[in-house]
Design a protein around this ligand. Sequence first.
Ligand SMILES: NC(=O)c1ccc[n+]([C@@H]2O[C@H](COP(=O)([O-])OP(=O)(O)OC[C@H]3O[C@@H](n4cnc5c(N)ncnc54)[C@H](O)[C@@H]3O)[C@@H](O)[C@H]2O)c1
Length: 386
Amino acid sequence: MTQAERRVRVDLGARGYDAVIAPGALARAREFILASLAQPPHRIFIAADAALPAHTVDALARSFGGAARLSLGRIPAAEAHKSMRGADELLAALADARLERADLLIALGGGAVGDLAGFAAGIYRRGIPWIACPTTLLAMVDASVGGKTGVNLLARGEVYKNMIGVVHQPAAVLIDPDVLESMPQRSFRSGLAECAKHCMLAGAWGDDRLWDWTLANIGPVLARDPGALPELIARNIAVKARIVQADERETADEGIRAQLNLGHTFGHALEGLSNLSPTANPTDAPLQHGEAVALGLVAAARCAAAAGICPGSLPAEVESLISACSLPARIANLPRSADVIARMMHDKKVAGGKLRLVLPTSRGRCGFFADVPRSAIETGIDALRC
Ligand SMILES: NC(=O)c1ccc[n+]([C@@H]2O[C@H](COP(=O)([O-])OP(=O)(O)OC[C@H]3O[C@@H](n4cnc5c(N)ncnc54)[C@H](O)[C@@H]3O)[C@@H](O)[C@H]2O)c1
């Protein structure tokens, strides 16, 4: 490993794997990927995000030379394509490429392509190996690690986020931070929302300095300084890995892995509202996933303070963190809080008709709460109004 390289183990016993973060890694993908697999695949299918520059896809494909038969599918990264129909198309392409049980699917793209391709790998022939090569910051620090894969349910004109899926761990995660160069700045910033979320959790998961480190390094991070990105990505993956190790399938009664949904119950409800813009300019609508999560983190902190769950000073600290990341902490055109709560009721963590929320309890720590007073939830949502 060179100095800029990092390796984080996701320790899940027989399903464990390494996440390697290395500038230029895609061009050396073959050696890394083959070392991660129990047996070399005869065929490899690369499901590549259609928006990626050709040189990024070529770097990965070329690294294999003639080592295996290679097929390439370009996948639209739209949320609308992260659906059963999108999965159907990809499964058909895997069958056309004659992938067998021990062959390999590589997901090269953001979280949308990773979720869709990981899901296809999880159900094709009842599960084939897959490797995540995330190309957005969000997918690098979050979506590519932990094995949650899936698609949105499109039903009766509504989109239900991530309602269908399987836990299917990748065989490895290979991250080349250089690919972030081609990301629009708004999408790059959007990924920082998951980093902010990790800051709000990390104190309980072995990195109580992540919040301060992020604030201290936010300038170089926003400038995509190659000196800052590997550490940012590795530290965030390490937090997520420890949580996943403690509760891989989100079955712990005390809601361990569920903590990773901090801000998401509020955020997903906002993400489903297509007219919301993160700026005064309506043409910036709809919200990106990370922007919705950032607002969700602010709402969760305000809600927790209103319910007496966290210190009254925490929401302002959370808003400073979100603003430092150049993410929105307020929004125009927010509908009535009752309408947002109605959308929140579609969340996966609703049980017995009750909303259960992950809320911050102190700086760097969270808990899982049923029975949060409706008035506190409304306070959290109303705090987002410009
Ligand atoms: N599985 C999980 O644990 C998990 C966790 C968090 C989020 N997610 C999911 O991830 C998705 C969001 O992921 P995302 O933020 O990566 O968005 P995304 O995958 O939709 O990608 C955002 C945009 O960036 C483009 N893009 C990707 N890489 C690029 C690059 N290097 N250069 C230029 N453009 C590039 C894509 O084509 C797309 O237009 C959501 O569907 C969310 O539900 C999953």
